[in-house]
Design a protein around this ligand. Structure first.
Ligand code: LCS
Length: 393
């Protein structure tokens, strides 16, 4: 964008920097696997990096690049690396910083497969790890070892909605010369910009709020430094977890309405949270916009709003929660989150089922925890739906 001081909603629409020769208002879908060189010298120069030019879509593509530039601009980073999925972004980060004998400290309440892939796959290659509650920075301090090469967290965390102090965590990481990667999926850059708080890499499952329409799976990494950007881009391209041009077009389209979607979902979530907190059949609720949230004060300063994700437990635990989930009519009983439709799911048996029960309990993922992603329907209808489902309990 020409005006670097533009507001976030203007950036959502106009960032990316693509100027179409024919004047197309949207970035065209460059549905091609490869690109013609001007001549042999040009081809060789593209490969050495002496000249700019597209080579092959796994390495780079204009439609994908426009999305990468837009998200990097919103996050305030050097550059973005789009991936086939959020998991593609996670495995790229692990591959970039961890190898034989290296150690990672991560949050104990991260998206289930982010932990599962470490425990079942990376451990086979001699990578060590500790999962601790990063909402208490002292736990991270105690877990750091001489061979720690990556600190990784999610805030708010999936599914406990725990909030980690990113400024404090970045300081600790940098005191030990360790990079910090933050999964910003639950907020999106509309509500939180971790690089501004000291993180080195931001990660997204763009499947969620950024695309927002439950029709695309996609991921993104944004690096603050050029060195990290180059490292991550090379690994993404070599692992082949690149985005597809059509996927990029769809995600870029979703990104344009991120602001108005989050504003609306968040307003709904605030009303739903107040309703659930007062409901006699609800045992507890975690929502960053409620004073009852343990990190309420931190949320006020670190996030631009409390977002649209919450978790709660129905009195009577899992059995009661199950009755409720089976009784919703408007909300969809489905995994994923951050879309226009309200989604309800049970992390212990669904998104986090591959983690041992002991580890789940330690992380606060109780058997009765139900996660709600509040959509943009009418708030009254969402509340009425949850109310009728709770009455069946
Ligand atoms: N990070 C977070 C915080 C997530 O919630 C997810 C997916 C991922 C990364 C992975 O992204 P993906 O590869 O799916 O694009 N979370 C899901 C969830 O909570 N339900 O279904 C998927």
């Amino acid at each position: 964008m020409k005006n670097k001081n533009s507001g976030v909603n203007s950036k959502l629409i106009h960032s990316g920097g693509f100027e179409d020769l024919l004047g197309s208002a949207t970035t065209p879908i460059y549905q091609t696997s490869t690109f013609k060189f001007k001549n042999a010298d040009h081809g060789a120069a593209c490969f050495t990096g002496k000249e700019d030019g597209y080579i092959y879509t796994r390495i780079g593509n204009p439609t994908i690049e426009e999305l990468e530039n837009a998200v990097a601009d919103l996050e305030g980073g050097f550059g973005g690396i789009a991936t086939s999925s959020g998991m593609g972004a996670i495995t790229t980060v692990y591959m970039a910083f961890l190898g034989q004998g290296a150690h990672m400290v991560s949050h104990n309440a991260v998206y289930g497969p982010a932990r599962g892939v470490m425990e079942s796959l990376f451990s086979k290659f001699g990578v060590e790890y500790d999962y601790v509650d990063t909402t208490d920075i002292e736990n991270v301090r105690r877990a750091i070892k001489p061979n720690t090469r990556l600190i990784y967290t999610e805030t708010p965390a999936n599914p406990t909605i725990g909030i980690t102090d990113l400024k404090a965590l970045a300081k600790l990481a940098h005191d030990h010369k360790i990079p910090l990667c933050v999964d910003n999926t639950f907020c999106s850059p509309y509500l939180q910009t971790p690089l501004d708080l000291g993180a080195d890499i931001v990660l997204h499952s763009m499947t969620k709020f950024i695309n927002g329409h439950a029709d695309i799976v996609a991921g993104m990494l944004v690096a603050k430094s050029e060195d990290h950007y180059k490292l991550l881009r090379g690994i993404m391209a070599n692992m082949g977890c690149n985005m597809d041009p059509h996927q990029a077009f769809m995600t870029r389209r979703g990104l344009k309405t991120l602001g108005i979607r989050i504003d609306r979902a968040q307003e709904n979530a605030k009303k739903v949270a107040v309703f659930l907190e007062a409901h006699p059949k609800v045992e507890w609720i975690r929502y960053p916009g409620l004073k009852s949230h343990p990190q309420y004060e931190l949320a006020q300063t670190q996030m631009k709003g409390p977002g649209a994700m919450l978790s709660f437990e129905v009195k009577g635990g899992f059995e009661a929660g199950k009755v409720m989930m089976d009784s919703v009519e408007l909300a969809l009983l489905a995994v994923s989150l951050g879309g226009i439709e309200t989604l309800i799911q049970h992390p212990a048996s669904m998104t986090h089922s591959k983690i041992s029960r002991e580890a789940k309990i330690k992380a606060g993922i109780t058997d009765g925890l139900v996660r709600l992603s509040v959509g943009i329907e009418d708030a009254e209808d969402i509340i009425q739906d949850l109310d009728q489902a709770l009455q069946k309990v």
